[in-house]
Design a binder for this molecule. Sequence first.
Ligand SMILES: [Zn+2]
Ligand SMILES: [Zn+2]
Length: 405
Amino acid sequence: MKRSISILLLVAMVLSLFGCAVPDQDILQSTPKNERTTSTTTTPTTTTQTTTTPTTSAPTTPTQTAQTVPVDSSFEVHFIDVGQADAALVLCDGRAMLIDGGNAEDSSLLYSYLKKHGIAHLDYVIGTHAHEDHIGGIAGALNYATAGVVLCPVTSYDSKAFQNFAKTVNSQGVSITVPSAGETFQLGSASCRILAANTSSDANNTSIVLRIVYGKTSFLFTGDAERETEQAILNSGQTLQSTVLKVGHHGSDTSTSYVWLREIMPEYAVISVGAKNSYGHPTEEVLSRLRDADVKTFRTDMQGDIVCVSDGERVTFTVGRNAEADTFGGIGGNSTQRTQATTKRTEPATVPPGVSYILNTNSKKFHYPYCGSAARISAKNRRDYTGTREELISWGYSPCGNCDP
Ligand SMILES: [Zn+2]
Ligand SMILES: [Zn+2]
């Protein structure tokens, strides 16, 4: 009897030693400058009210289990319409996280979006991978807001867009952190977990894949991760089930494999994609996989900015336009809805893609394209410039005191 008790004790000791040795790290600590950033919701023209039955996270992984959220808590995700690119702003309990920032030409849009919503500090900034359509416009965001932690799968990449991104991050005294799979952090009462980062040498497949759990609802952000990364994550056995899926790689057929979708079992999907893009995104294949899985799908090309609010039990979507759009249709870029969709995006319209600075050839000042002073330069003295700041200075130009380019 005594012997069996001591064996039981031994077993219990061994279990307690090894049972909690799961390598979840909470190392990504943000040091927010502003205690609270205000978040005001947009007043979109059309609203779609869709509710979801609460989904419970599978209890297989030690972290990210569903919890009840505090009474005064709030959570929203803004999928910002940046055309053929990705940008999402996640707001929770006064904390803010930007996941991608669109193309360089979206810098002004990002700047204005944060300004409009009073987001002066981004606790986390995630560049899912080094491609311009993900990190290009982050510079614009960081010209308005300060950054806490900046995550990217690489710290250098041979492109002007990336160099500009890295330079803007560094100018805030912050360096890019390369995260690892399994790392977790909190955004207010939302818990975030990196499912993958830098798993391949192919840029799309380096994408940081992030799952956020808020109460009983969950969100999966996949960057441009393709089948290879999807499979690696599936093999890792991490919990994937999510209420909302940001569809990988703008709806390319190289992503959102059937097995991946089956494991996530999303109720909603969001495709961030440009109207009439030359890649044919989103593809018929991905749309039909989503349709077959009965996933309610939203698209930025048809519906503009898409805002998803969670109360911890259910999610509600609000779209900028075309709430009733047939998001499974309109493939190939010739539907009437797509034609309609191309009429928006007026904000940075005066600045052509790729322009780095606006010059005043008379005062010899240079400005960021979104700068108010740049807008007032007369056509005679105004020049759009693509190139480096150093070159402008060598020509005798000096930076504008307002936008401080
Ligand atoms: Zn992309
Ligand atoms: Zn990419």
